[in-house]
Structure formats: structure tokens, C-alpha cells
Design a binder for this molecule. Structure first.
Ligand code: UDP
Length: 254
């Protein structure tokens, strides 16, 4: 067994040093947290499903020219990614009102928004990821105005593409969170999409029934979390090779 250097451990993923310079291994855990870590649990198989779902969506985005950190999947729980310098801003893209926008602005969950709304949050667990404006982001130097323009344009493209992809499999993309990072390709620094795209950071509702197929099942104790993630994977046509019976997958080599 090789021992790899652990670079960072987050709530749902671990990053290890990659096999080549400029790469990392992203390991997907089964741990689930909500409300900034106040609620914790383990959802068997979640990491395996998110690894596959994120791989699939990042690959589709690569096909339409949206640069992202995904290189290839290594095994059931790990993917090789490009090392980036994470921009400390969470980009929230909303199509239909749900979650924090409802309580913040008094909007009923499920209301279609007049247009896609982008919000930014400063990535800080201590401060509970506060919502910030473009002014804060550029004034404090978290991203330059040019980088922010790029982030906004990429986020809208990702949204348009994913809305279409999901509607084709009977799912409404309500909202989601993206993260971006700076990648040095040997010549210039580019802003690329990072992190993951999965039911952990998207709200996905069945188009017919509005049934929630995402992390809100965990946040709101609705049960059937793993089944919901599996349903998303099934509709995307990407259940793990070994089938839904073996979602524990391999453990990290440390
Ligand atoms: N989100 C996320 N990580 C966060 C905050 C939000 O992935 O730290 C995702 C969340 O899953 C949802 C969208 O961003 O798809 C909008 O979340 P919201 O601001 O409504 O916050 P929440 O209701 O999840 O606290």
C-alpha cells in the first residue's frame, strides 16, 4: 500500500497528493453534513455515487468546452483532478426558489424566478459562508473583475447546459453551487471549474412529482437519501459498474 500525503480534508471529500506534479486525488466520503456541520451522518454509497455523477457531468461540460479540473476517475471513490488555487467564493445559481433564498427574501419554495439569479458566498466555515456582493469579491481581492466576469459567464453556461441535460431525464435543476479555481497551464493562469457537481450541491426535483432527489432529503429528514442519489445516477445512465448492491466501494489508500 502506498502512503499518500493528505492535502486537505473537507466535510464530504479528502484531497491527496496526486501521482504527478499539478495533480490531486479527490476522494469522496460517505459523510453527510448540513447546516454548516451541525447535522452529521453517514450515507452508505453516497461517495461512490457522487464520484460517478460528478465525473459524468464534468465530462459532458468538457465536451462543450467548459474547462474543469476533472482528469479521470481512478476507482469507485477517487478521481484524478488538476490542482488549482481555489477562489474562496461559492457561486450559487438559482432557477426556482428553494432553500436560503426563501427564508431570506420571503419567497415560497417552488416559485419560478423571473430569471436565473446568481449569488456569491464567501467560503468561510467560521462565518457560515456569508452572502457577499461582487463589490466585496473584487474589493477584497478574492477574484479580479476579469475573473469574476469569466466565473459569471461560465456559471450561466453550465446552468443552461445542465438544465437541458436534466430536463431530458425528467429532472428540474432548481439551484446548485459551483466553485472555481486558478489553473496554471504552463503559459497562463486560467479560471476553471473545480469541486464537484452532484446531488450534494444541486437541488434536483422530479419534473412530474417535484419529489426531491438531492441532499434536501438528508437536510429535512425525508429519508431515502441513497435511493434518491441512485435514481439520479440511474437516469443519467451511470450506475456503478458493480451495480447498486455494492456501493461501499474501495477505501482510500493512505
Ligand atoms: N450549496 C452547497 N454548499 C453550501 C451552500 C449551498 O452545495 O455550502 C448548494 C445547495 O445544495 C443548493 C444551493 O447551493 O443546491 C443553494 O443553497 P442555499 O443557499 O439555498 O443554502 P441551503 O438552503 O442549502 O442552506
Amino acid at each position: 500500500m502506498t502512503r499518500r500525503r493528505r492535502i486537505y480534508e473537507g466535510k464530504a471529500k479528502v484531497l491527496f497528493e496526486g501521482p504527478e506534479p499539478g495533480t490531486l486525488v479527490q476522494y469522496f466520503k460517505d459523510d453527510a453534513t448540513a447546516f454548516n456541520g451541525e447535522k452529521k451522518s453517514t450515507i452508505t454509497g453516497k461517495g461512490v455515487l457522487n464520484n460517478r455523477i460528478s465525473e459524468h457531468l464534468m465530462n459532458r461540460l468538457t465536451e462543450i468546452g467548459i474547462q474543469n479540473h476533472f482528469i479521470r476517475r481512478l476507482n469507485m471513490r477517487e478521481q484524478l483532478i488538476k490542482e488549482v488555487e481555489i477562489i474562496p467564493v461559492e457561486v450559487i445559481v438559482r432557477n426556482i426558489a428553494a432553500g436560503s433564498i426563501c427564508s431570506r427574501l420571503g419567497i415560497t419554495e417552488g416559485t419560478s424566478l423571473p430569471r436565473t439569479i446568481i449569488e456569491y458566498c464567501f467560503k468561510s466555515d467560521e462565518l457560515n459562508d456569508p452572502i457577499v456582493s461582487e463589490e466585496h469579491i473584487t474589493a477584497f481581492g478574492w477574484a479580479s473583475p476579469e475573473e469574476l466576469d469569466e466565473i459569471m459567464a461560465m456559471s450561466l453556461r453550465v446552468n443552461d447546459f445542465l438544465c437541458g441535460l436534466f430536463i431530458g431525464i425528467g429532472i428540474k435543476l432548481i439551484d446548485f453551487k459551483l466553485e472555481f479555481g486558478r489553473f496554471f497551464d504552463g503559459e497562463e493562469i486560467q479560471v476553471i471549474l473545480a469541486d464537484e457537481i452532484s446531488p450534494d450541491n444541486c437541488r434536483l426535483w422530479d419534473s412530474e412529482t417535484n419529489e426531491k432527489l438531492d441532499k434536501d432529503r438528508f437536510r429535512r429528514d425525508l429519508g431515502g437519501v441513497e435511493d434518491a442519489y441512485q435514481e439520479v445516477a440511474r437516469r443519467l445512465g451511470i450506475l456503478p459498474e458493480s451495480g447498486p448492491g455494492d456501493l461501499k466501494g474501495t477505501t482510500a489508500i493512505q
